[in-house]
Design a protein around this ligand. Structure first.
Ligand code: HEC
Ligand code: HEC
Length: 294
């Protein structure tokens, strides 16, 4: 075989590989378009019943402290670009003050939080409802009641753009947080809310809806899917790892970022300390009573 023939063969092979790539890219883009247009059929929440007794102060603690909505929606809840030009894309939490939500019904807002969908049933992008689906409906109503009462902030919504890598990851099932609604089962029975007291049950309720997203369903830690590549793996929060900790060690770690091993937790956990500081003793002690049973 002459050199020319070999080069031609290599050229042809490369062309074929390139074509396969192009086809894969177009296929992924088309799949993501389909995901974005998919209309989820979730059961109605009939939230207006629960709105009658919704407690705004509980709503405030969920929004501003326990479930950290400002991380993505901004300190004033007027919206924020929380990921810009990352491999997965650019993502902004919308304006969730009455400026935007005033146009929506309580049921619409509750469905956005609980199911991660828009009023027409299509999925919200990068809204972590798979965690908030673990809130009881009375707490979802408390969130809606709180959001109705915050000052309106006149700020238009920021950019949302899924980058090519984000699309490929999403289609491969490697970036589940992009379409949280896909991970929610329409037949799941709503969680019953345990009383807000120091108990394993209330601790579990808090941990499942606010820590499991990073630390994993079994709280064993590991790589945070779709997280920033510079983040360390999430720690194991089970007694295998935290068995030697006492309750006060946990509370101190959550409020200062300093562990009993004299380590300072790194990002993204470090950023959560701002919220940990605002958690009250009851919340932290309840979480610890649950974690120390694992
Ligand atoms: C990881 C980031 C993130 C966190 C944390 C987060 N959100 Fe969102 N949320 C988003 C993004 C992004 C959107 C916009 C999605 C879109 O338009 O496709 C959104 C949309 C919404 C919407 C729909 C807005 C509209 O205009 O209809 C509501 C309501 C909402 N979020 C409430 C909340 C509440 C309440 C919390 C806390 C319990 C919260 N979010 C926490 C990212 C987040
Ligand atoms: C955004 C992702 C994220 C969320 C949400 C999160 N964590 Fe973490 N957490 C981490 C990472 C990553 C580490 C490891 C940090 C390090 O190695 O420096 C960590 C470390 C910790 C540690 C230190 C453990 C050790 O090994 O010393 C504790 C305790 C902890 N998290 C508790 C919690 C609790 C309780 C919640 C819920 C209220 C929570 N975390 C929510 C990502 C997260």
């Amino acid at each position: 075989m002459g050199v020319k023939t070999v080069l031609k063969a290599i050229g042809a092979a490369m062309l074929i590989l390139l074509l396969i790539d192009v086809v894969a890219v177009f296929w992924a883009m088309d799949q993501v378009e389909k995901k974005m247009a998919h209309k989820f059929q979730f059961p109605p929440l009939n939230i207006s019943e629960k709105m009658k007794t919704a407690d705004r102060e509980t709503g405030r603690r969920i929004v501003m402290i326990r479930n950290r909505c400002p991380e993505c929606h901004g300190e004033d809840l007027g919206g924020k670009t929380f990921m810009k030009g990352a491999a997965l894309g650019t993502f902004s939490g919308g304006n969730i003050t009455p400026y935007e939500l005033g146009k929506k019904s309580d049921e619409d807002v509750a469905r956005a939080v609980y199911y991660g969908i828009r009023p027409d049933g299509t999925p919200l992008i990068f809204m972590p409802s798979v965690e908030y689906h673990n809130l009881a409906l009375e707490d979802v109503a408390a969130v809606v009641a709180y959001l109705r009462g915050v000052p309106a902030v006149a700020r238009p919504n920021g950019e949302i753009r899924i980058a090519l890598a984000g699309k490929l990851f999403s289609v491969a099932g490697k970036a589940p947080m992009i379409f949280s609604a896909e991970m929610i089962s329409p037949s799941a029975v709503p969680v019953v809310k345990p009383p807000e007291v120091i108990s394993v049950a209330f601790g579990k309720y808090l941990v499942v809806s606010s820590c499991a997203g990073c630390h994993g369903e079994r709280l064993e830690g590991g790589t945070i899917e779709g997280g920033d590549p510079s983040w360390p793996p999430a720690s194991n929060l089970r007694t295998e790892k935290l068995g030697a900790w006492r309750e006060e060690d946990f509370i101190k770690a959550m409020r200062t970022g300093l562990t009993p091993e004299m380590k300072i937790t790194r990002e993204p956990m470090l950023g959560l300390i701002e919220y940990g500081k605002q958690m009250n003793d009851m919340e932290l002690r309840a979480m610890w009573s649950y974690l120390s049973t694992l």
